[in-house]
Design a protein around this ligand. Structure first.
Ligand SMILES: [Zn+2]
Length: 151
């Protein structure tokens, strides 16, 4: 998932980001949709724990969009395809993640894919992103490489 904004940043961007991120605490339901608290689920990965599978990394990257952790998104992005900066759109609220399918991506693999639909609201308007993401191992850790397709 690599959704980026092409719109110019509004003056209120910094304050909007802070307010939105503050809504999710360690005790909140994890944005990734698993029945766990954020602090015990994707929050662990955001704090430095390794993702055991591609699906776990995908969920944690979705959750990072939800909590606006751009640094996590960048460090779990393959250096060959990673953007120099990631400007998260403060007008986008990530609402729900559906995992539609996975291939490989376990402890025994070096590549894997995750197909998902990510639901969001863009300044109040409901929309979704349907993507098949490709992940690879880089220096032992799963990283996002690219979208096989996205619509
Ligand atoms: Zn989670």
């Amino acid at each position: 998932m690599s959704r980026r904004t092409s719109r110019p940043r509004r003056p209120s961007a910094a304050s909007a980001r802070t307010a939105s991120a503050a809504e999710i605490t360690a005790a909140s339901p994890c944005p990734c949709g698993l029945p766990a608290e954020y602090g015990a689920c994707c929050g662990r990965l955001h704090a430095g724990a390794a993702a055991p599978t591609c699906e776990a990394l995908m969920r944690s990257r979705y959750a990072a969009f939800a909590v606006r952790d751009a640094a996590y998104l960048l460090r779990t992005w393959h250096p060959g395809t990673r953007p120099a900066v990631l400007d998260l759109d403060p007008g986008v609220r990530w609402e729900r993640l559906e995992i539609l399918g996975t291939t490989e991506g376990s402890a025994f693999h070096t590549t894997g894919t995750v197909t998902f639909r990510a639901h969001f609201k863009d300044n109040g308007r409901a929309d979704s992103l349907h993507e098949k993401s490709r992940f690879v191992r880089h220096e032992g850790a799963w990283v996002y490489e690219s979208a096989v397709f996205a619509d």
